[in-house]
Design a binder for this molecule. Structure first.
Ligand code: GLU
Length: 307
């Protein structure tokens, strides 16, 4: 299959949808991003790669970072994190607080905000937020093969300035003793991991280990175990798009994780990692055109984890 041609066809398919959806405006720095951009990159396990559109423009990966911090926590500390966070789809928006009270401060899964905040707290352990952010940044640089991956300080500050909702989630979990470090320390790391800026090309490379049983095919490093990799992909498939996760699995058919910056990282086990970016979002906070593009790519390739 010619990957350049595949992406050109997908880009043609989705061009009419580029004006649909709304950018995330609850983080003011994200509301300022020109909304009609579209980029897509694919990295295949056989070494083929291709990109189209704005695939070299860095964007805020936001919640896509949650997949990488989960991988880092599992790698460093094994399955203990599952004592503090579940792995069921929430069926609620990304920043919902309703289930936390019923479920005694244990978030449903690590890809909703509450769950990701717990994962970041676990990752911090006895370190400082700065050290943890340095580690996450270094991990993203290593996985993407790009030294210029960094945190966009303006986006991180903008989210912190308007972060009452995430502070509420964190304080609520602290009240149930499910946060070990002070709320502001954990959120300072969480806001910065969300503000990491990558291009589609870098993000597709960074996701390759998830398509390859946990082994980075570029460096040959076993980043996480094959079992951990399967579990992360399972959680992405069932929980990667909040209350739109079922629809994404139905339409696209392989694991993905959205971010409110308009990026999606998708993983086709044993085939490829795909990053797509277009800032306008659907009601679940997933890129409108990005999810359309992945649906078209799945239709054109026949790739699916469902056979
Ligand atoms: N940083 C965002 C928040 O916590 C992440 C949400 C997302 O990307 O889905 O609100």
């Amino acid at each position: 299959m010619d990957m350049d041609q595949l992406l050109a066809e997908v880009a043609d398919d989705v061009r009419p949808s580029l004006g649909t959806g709304r950018v995330a405006d609850y983080i003011p720095a994200l509301a300022r991003v020109p909304p009609n951009q579209f980029g897509m990159a694919i990295a295949c396990l056989d070494g083929q790669h291709a990109a189209i559109g704005d695939a070299q423009t860095p964007f805020s990966i936001q919640s896509i970072s949650k997949v990488f911090t989960l991988a880092m926590v599992l790698k460093a500390q094994g399955p203990r994190v599952w004592d503090r966070v579940g792995r069921e789809p929430s069926g609620t928006p990304f920043n919902s607080i309703v289930q936390l009270e019923h479920e005694a401060g244990i978030p449903r899964n690590p890809l909703i905000n509450a769950g990701a905040i717990v994962v970041t707290d676990h990752l911090i352990g006895n370190r400082t937020a700065d050290q943890t952010v340095d580690n996450v940044t270094a991990f993203m640089q290593a996985r993407s093969g790009s030294a210029d991956v960094s945190v966009d300080r303006e986006v991180a500050q903008s989210e912190s300035d308007t972060g009452s909702r995430n502070r509420s989630l964190a304080h609520f979990m602290a009240a149930f003793s499910n946060l070990k470090n002070p709320v502001e320390q954990v959120l300072s790391a969480y806001f910065r991991q969300c503000a990491l800026a990558l291009t589609c090309e870098q993000l597709a490379q960074a996701g390759l280990f998830l398509a390859n049983g946990g082994r980075d095919p570029r460096t040959d490093e076993q980043v996480i175990t094959a079992e951990q990799c399967r579990r992360i992909n399972a959680v992405m498939l069932t929980c990667g798009h909040y209350d739109g996760s079922g629809d994404f699995a139905f339409r696209v058919g392989f694991p993905g994780k959205s971010g409110v910056g308009g990026g999606i990282l998708a993983v086709v086990p044993r085939q490829a990692a795909i990053a797509v970016w277009s800032p306008r979002l659907n009601r679940s906070g997933t890129s409108w055109t990005g999810s359309q593009a992945l649906e078209r790519l799945a239709a054109r390739t026949g790739w699916s984890v469902f056979g």
